[in-house]
Ligand binder design. Structure first.
Ligand code: CP3
Length: 343
């Protein structure tokens, strides 16, 4: 019998340090890739791709084929959960997602749940699993309840998430009921991704930074802790990465309070500060500024060096601090890989 091929990224998530850190990039399957844009034009739109399991599997694999990243992330979106909870979902060209009816002026219990909308996603997971090299770690994901709720309440993205923040303060019982429903849907969704073949999962809390400390405790730490607790009951060996973007000084409390296995850091966090503040054994992921990757040149080299040196003594996964931007030159991604892998 041959030994299983090593998955460097999974090893790091389980607490092992790798000499050369594994690397993947948030939003690595997307618009900066010509092969993505070609398939999107053929299928007609983003949601058409996300719910077509052959197309979504192909897009998940595209950046692995081109760059040989250590991790593949499932091609889908955090907003498929509100869609499955019964809101309509569509993307306005050049603007972003829309959800209707929005919960600022309608009730959750008036929605008709549509869980079958998620079925193609699990099919995508099985197809990717079958096509992925043995050394590549496969990451599933979901949005965290607070971030998902901000879209469900406002019906679209917003600058300061004020509609959801208002509801959280003014109608805490109603808001808590919404958060509980999202927690339940998310646990079920991630559990089914794991059963279909992902190796680890990431919780994206893109708007964690917009809350006061007390509200952060209630709507970020507590619901994510509940997701971790329930997922670990069913899948104790599957690592969970938490990414509370903008959490800053609340990162250590988040890590301790939620029990996530690894912590994603955004680009506003000083990596040397993070290394000092966070438990020594805790794996971290991040945190190159996506704009340094667009700039390239000496700016990119020094930013990469700074991150590698800060995390030289702990389990570290190299990543961006947020998603790769559509105008990122492909050659800069190639250069980044040679810098991180010291080729
Ligand atoms: O990382 C990956 O490559 C996997 C797929 C993935 C997408 N969205 C695909 C996508 C992941 C992990 C996400 C997460 C996501 N989606 C988040 C959390 C992370 C973050 O970026 O803060 C959020 C807030 C969303 C909601 C969402 N989806 C918005 C606000 C938008 C519009 C803005 C934009 O970037 O176009 C999307 C669309 C979206 N999701 C695209 C992709 C590839 C672009 C679709 C296209 O036009 O082709």
């Amino acid at each position: 019998m041959t030994a299983p091929a090593p998955k460097k990224l999974l090893n790091v998530l389980k607490g092992q340090r790798e000499e050369i850190p594994p690397v993947w990039l948030m939003r690595q399957a997307g618009r900066y890739l010509p092969e993505y844009r070609a398939l999107r034009a053929e299928k007609g739109g983003f949601l058409e791709l996300a719910y077509d399991s052959d197309a979504a599997a192909e897009i998940t694999l595209q950046p692995i084929r081109r760059f040989g990243f250590d991790g593949a992330i499932l091609f889908s979106d955090i907003l498929v959960i509100p869609h499955a909870m019964g809101q309509d979902l569509w993307f306005e060209t050049g603007e972003g997602p829309r959800l209707a009816p929005r919960l600022a002026d309608s009730r959750l219990d008036e929605l008709t749940p549509a869980p079958q909308r998620l079925t193609p996603v699990f099919e995508t997971v099985r197809k990717v699993r079958a096509g992925l090299p043995d050394t590549t770690t496969f990451l599933g994901f979901a949005g965290s309840p607070w971030t998902v709720a901000t879209y469900m309440v406002h019906g679209q993205g917003s600058k300061d998430q004020s509609e959801a923040r208002r509801m959280a303060h003014a109608e805490p019982a109603r808001f808590a009921a919404l958060i509980d429903e999202i927690v339940a849907a998310t646990v079920d969704y991630l559990g089914r991704q794991i059963e279909a073949g992902v190796d680890a999962v990431q919780l994206f809390d893109s708007w964690a930074g917009s809350l006061s400390p007390a509200q952060f405790e209630k709507w970020v730490i507590a619901p994510n802790a509940e997701i971790v607790r329930r997922l670990k009951e069913r899948h104790p060996d599957t690592p969970i990465i938490g990414f509370p973007k903008g959490a800053g000084g609340k990162l250590a409390a988040y890590a301790e309070g939620t029990g996530v296995d690894a912590l994603g850091l955004d680009e506003t966090v000083d990596p040397h500060w993070a290394d000092r503040e966070l438990p020594k054994a805790l794996p971290v992921q991040g945190n190159l500024d996506p704009l340094a990757l667009i700039a390239g040149g000496p700016d990119l080299e020094s930013a990469v060096d700074n991150i590698l040196s800060a995390f030289a003594d702990r389990p570290h996964i190299f990543n961006l601090g947020h998603g790769i931007l559509p105008d990122t030159p492909i050659e800069h991604v190639e250069k980044l890989l040679t810098l991180v892998r010291r080729d």
